[in-house]
Write a protein that binds this ligand. Structure first.
Ligand code: PHE
Length: 385
C-alpha cells in the first residue's frame, strides 16, 4: 500500500491547482471516481488480512471523504468565480453619464396627437384605430360614396393593383373608414376618436401625400347638432388655450354626413403671422356633420333609433396653427435642424394639464423665428386637410 499521506497531499494540491470546473471534474473522476485511484486502492482491501483491513479501511475512507470535501469546496469557489466573471462582463452600467445635450425630440405631430387624445378622452371618448391599407368598401362605398360617385374624384386616391377578384385596395384617403369599422364591430353607443395617417396624391406647401387626421364619431339616441357644436368649441378652447375662441360653421357637403359643415376658426393675419383668437379672418380646420342615415343603414343601424355626428380634422393643419409652423412639407423632411427648433424635448412635453403651470404657451415658438422667414403660406379656407 503506498504512502497514504503522500498520496493525499498530492491530490489536495492537485485540487487547489485546478482553475476550471471541467479540470476539477476530470480530477475527481481520476481520483475518487468508480475506477479512480482511491477506489482501486479500496479494492485491494479484499486481498488484505483482517488486521491490515482494520488499519487501512478507515484510513482509506477518511482519505476519500477529505478529498471529496476538498473537491466540493474548490467547486464552490470556481462556481462563485465564474458567476462573478459573468456579473462583471454582462453588467449594464446605468450610472453612465447622459450625453451633455439631449439629441432626440418629440415631433410636433406626435405632440398634437397626444394633446388631442388628452382632450377627447377627458370628454369620455375612447381611441379607435384602423388599417392604412383599406378596402374600397370602408373608404368609400359604406360611407355613401358608391362607385362612379363624383365625390371619389375629390380624394386623389392612391390605388394598389387589382387582385384576381378585380378588387383594388387603396391607401385610406381619410380616417372616416374607421367609423364604419367601429359601427360594424359591435352595438352602439359609440364615442370614439381615430387619430392616424391618411394619404392623397397631392403636394404643395399645405398638402403632402401623407398627412394626419383625427376622426370623431358619436352615435347614440337623441344626439343632435348642438352636441357636435359644443364638442368642437370645447376642443378648440382647450387645444388653442383660448377662452373666447371664435368658431364658424359653414354649410358644406360630404356624402357621409347630412347636414354637413366645415368649421372655420377666427384668426388674424398680421405681418405674415397667423394669430388664433384675434381679428376678422377665418381658417378652415375640419369637416363635420350629422351622420347620414344611409351610412347608419349601411352598417345595420336604424336611423330612427340612433343618430350621431362625426368630424374629421387635419392634425398637421392644427399643429401648424398652434405653433406657427409655416410649411407642411417640413414636417416630413426629417431635417434635424427643423426638429430641434420645432420638436419638444422628451422630458419637457407641454401636456395640456401642465401647460398652465409653467409649460410652453402656443406662440412661444412663433413663426417669426421659423426657418422659412416666418411667412405662413396657409391660405384661408384651403381644404380640410
Ligand atoms: N372625411 C372628411 C375629409 O377627409 C372629413 C369629415 C369627417 C367630414 C367626418 C365630415 C365628417 O375631408
Amino acid at each position: 500500500m503506498e504512502d497514504l499521506q503522500k498520496l493525499e497531499n498530492g491530490i489536495i494540491s492537485g485540487i487547489a491547482a485546478q482553475d476550471t470546473l471541467t479540470g476539477l471534474e476530470d480530477l475527481r473522476v481520476a481520483e475518487v471516481g468508480k475506477k479512480g485511484h482511491v477506489s482501486l486502492l479500496m479494492r485491494e482491501l479484499g486481498k488484505m488480512t483482517a488486521e491490515e483491513k482494520k488499519e487501512f479501511g478507515p484510513k482509506l475512507n477518511g482519505l476519500k471523504t477529505r478529498i471529496m470535501k476538498e473537491i466540493a469546496a474548490r467547486k464552490d469557489e470556481l462556481e462563485a468565480q465564474e458567476l462573478n466573471r459573468r456579473l462583471q462582463s454582462e453588467r449594464i452600467d446605468i450610472t453612465l453619464p447622459s450625453p451633455s445635450e439631449n439629441s432626440g425630440s418629440i415631433h410636433p405631430i406626435t405632440q398634437v396627437m397626444d394633446e388631442v387624445a388628452e382632450i377627447f378622452t377627458e370628454l369620455g371618448f375612447s381611441i379607435a384605430e384602423g388599417p392604412e391599407i383599406e378596402e374600397d368598401f370602408y373608404n368609400f362605398t359604406a360611407l355613401n360614396i358608391p362607385p362612379h360617385h363624383p365625390a371619389r374624384q375629390m380624394h386623389d386616391t392612391f390605388y394598389f393593383p387589382e387582385d384576381e377578384a378585380g378588387n383594388r385596395k387603396l391607401l385610406r384617403t381619410h380616417t372616416s373608414p374607421v367609423q364604419i369599422r367601429t359601427m360594424m364591430s359591435g352595438p352602439p353607443p359609440y364615442r370614439i376618436i381615430v387619430p392616424g395617417r391618411t394619404y392623397r396624391c397631392d403636394s404643395d406647401a399645405t398638402h403632402t401625400p401623407m398627412f394626419h387626421q383625427v376622426e370623431a364619431l358619436v352615435i347614440d339616441k337623441d344626439i343632435h347638432m348642438g352636441h357636435l357644436k359644443w364638442c368642437i368649441e370645447e376642443f378648440c378652447r382647450k387645444f388653442f388655450d383660448l377662452n373666447d375662441v371664435k368658431i364658424r360653421f359653414r354649410p358644406s357637403y360630404f356624402p357621409f354626413t347630412e347636414p354637413s359643415a366645415e368649421v372655420d376658426i377666427g384668426c388674424a393675419f398680421k405681418d405674415g403671422e397667423i394669430l388664433i383668437g384675434e381679428g376678422d379672418d377665418w381658417l378652415e380646420i375640419m369637416g363635420c356633420g350629422m351622420v347620414n342615415p344611409r351610412v347608419l343603414e349601411n352598417v345595420g343601424l336604424d336611423p330612427d333609433e340612433y343618430q350621431g355626428f362625426a368630424f374629421g380634422m387635419g392634425l398637421d393643419r392644427i399643429a401648424m396653427l398652434k405653433w406657427g409652423i409655416p410649411d407642411l412639407r417640413d414636417f416630413f423632411a426629417a431635417d434635424l435642424r427643423w426638429l430641434k427648433h420645432y420638436g419638444f424635448a422628451a422630458l419637457d412635453i407641454p401636456s395640456l394639464s401642465t401647460q398652465k403651470s409653467g409649460g410652453r404657451s402656443p406662440r412661444d415658438r412663433g413663426s417669426s423665428s421659423s426657418p422659412k422667414g416666418g411667412r405662413p403660406p396657409i391660405n384661408k379656407n384651403s381644404g380640410s386637410k
